[in-house]
Design a protein around this ligand. Structure first.
Ligand code: ZN
Length: 350
């Protein structure tokens, strides 16, 4: 009996100890569980963001349990001279452990006046330190040097090689194409590999293209429709054969360029010339070193450059040879190489 009593006593003791240990464990958990902390944490102090006078913090629930915190300018400032209000949304994301590992802040400025500006600011936090990037996207874009690599008169037997080099350097470019028979797949490949298929001419025959304004637009429509039919791209980006400042057109229709430059814009096209010439059209298979040096000297101190090259097969093989060193040099000078889109900077002659 004594033995049994003693066993019962021991059993009770073990149970009590278990309850005590479990209780301590649960209590400890509740103090370290980040989720229970989260509710009481003020994001301003968590990310060390100092709000200026006149701003206040507002919390809102987003999808998937994400909390959005809006920094809002107090309403009394809405009648400021600029009649503007600004808000900043702080989104906190959490990893599976529940700890906050990234914060992004998007800031937008709205203006009630007709002209409006958009700015954005990204803030990232590592551990508990917030780093604020003060440069806005617009400012970054404005200060970025941009280079547009352009290839005229293709596609050709060189197109594939050019595309491979562009891929190797992860660069996008623009091809001002003309009509070539039996090359449907090449137009499509240019587009499919992420480059811009832009319009140059259907015939590239100056005598025909610049015979009259009607002749010019007939030719332009033909290459537009052809490109659309083989690539699905409805291109509005064009380059005049010979450029907008060409004088050869005067031979066929005096003063036609003045009208065409105005007319193409009215019809919704955007024309691009160039301000750096590789000079690969000034002869066949010119020394690649010469092409590179012309690009080098052409860049000068220009902020935005449109570099003229050609994609015309056998006679321009050295353009392909020079291309890697041209890309490397342009990149070394701090340029971002981009394809031309309808939002790109437009470089025009005169
Ligand atoms: Zn051309």
């Amino acid at each position: 009996m004594k033995k049994n009593k003693s066993k019962g006593y021991e059993y009770t003791l073990v149970m009590v100890m278990f309850v005590v240990i479990f209780g301590c464990f649960a209590a400890a958990l509740s103090t370290i569980n980040p989720r229970s902390e989260k509710a009481s944490v003020n994001p301003v102090s968590a990310f060390d963001i100092n709000l200026e006078d006149g701003y206040e913090f507002v919390e809102a629930d987003g999808k998937n349990g994400i909390k959005y915190y809006f920094i809002t300018k107090s309403s009394h400032t809405d009648n400021d001279a600029a009649s503007s209000s600004s808000t900043a949304a702080v989104t906190t994301t959490e990893d599976s452990t529940g700890s906050t590992n990234e914060t992004s802040v998007k800031k937008s400025t709205k203006s009630t006046t007709k002209s409006s500006t958009k700015t954005s600011t990204k803030v990232s936090t590592k551990s508990e330190t917030a780093t604020t990037t003060t440069a806005t996207k617009a400012e970054q874009k404005d200060s970025q040097k941009v280079a547009y690599l352009t290839f005229d008169d293709g596609p050709s037997e060189n197109t594939e090689k050019i595309l491979d080099i562009l891929d190797r350097y992860n660069v996008k470019a623009t091809f001002f194409v003309i009509y070539h028979k039996n090359m449907e797949s090449k137009y499509k490949e240019i587009a499919d590999r992420g480059h811009t298929v832009a319009l140059h001419s259907y015939t590239h025959n100056y005598k025909k293209v610049y015979a009259s304004e009607k002749a010019f637009f007939d030719d332009l429509s033909k290459i537009h429709d052809y490109v659309y039919s083989v690539t699905g791209v409805d291109s509005k980006i064009i380059r005049f054969p010979g450029g907008s400042s060409n004088t050869i057109s005067n031979k066929y229709c005096k003063g036609i360029m003045k009208n065409l430059k105005k007319d193409v814009l009215e019809r919704g096209y955007i024309y691009h010339d160039w301000n750096v010439d590789s000079t690969d059209a000034k002869g066949n298979n010119r020394d690649p070193e010469v092409l590179l040096n012309n690009v080098k000297s052409g860049l000068g101190s220009k902020k935005n450059v449109n570099i003229l090259m050609h994609d015309t097969g056998k006679s321009k093989q050295t353009t392909v040879q020079a291309l890697p060193s041209i890309i490397e040099y342009v990149r070394s000078q701090g340029y971002e190489m981009e394809r031309i889109t309808e939002d790109s900077k437009v470089i025009k002659h005169g």
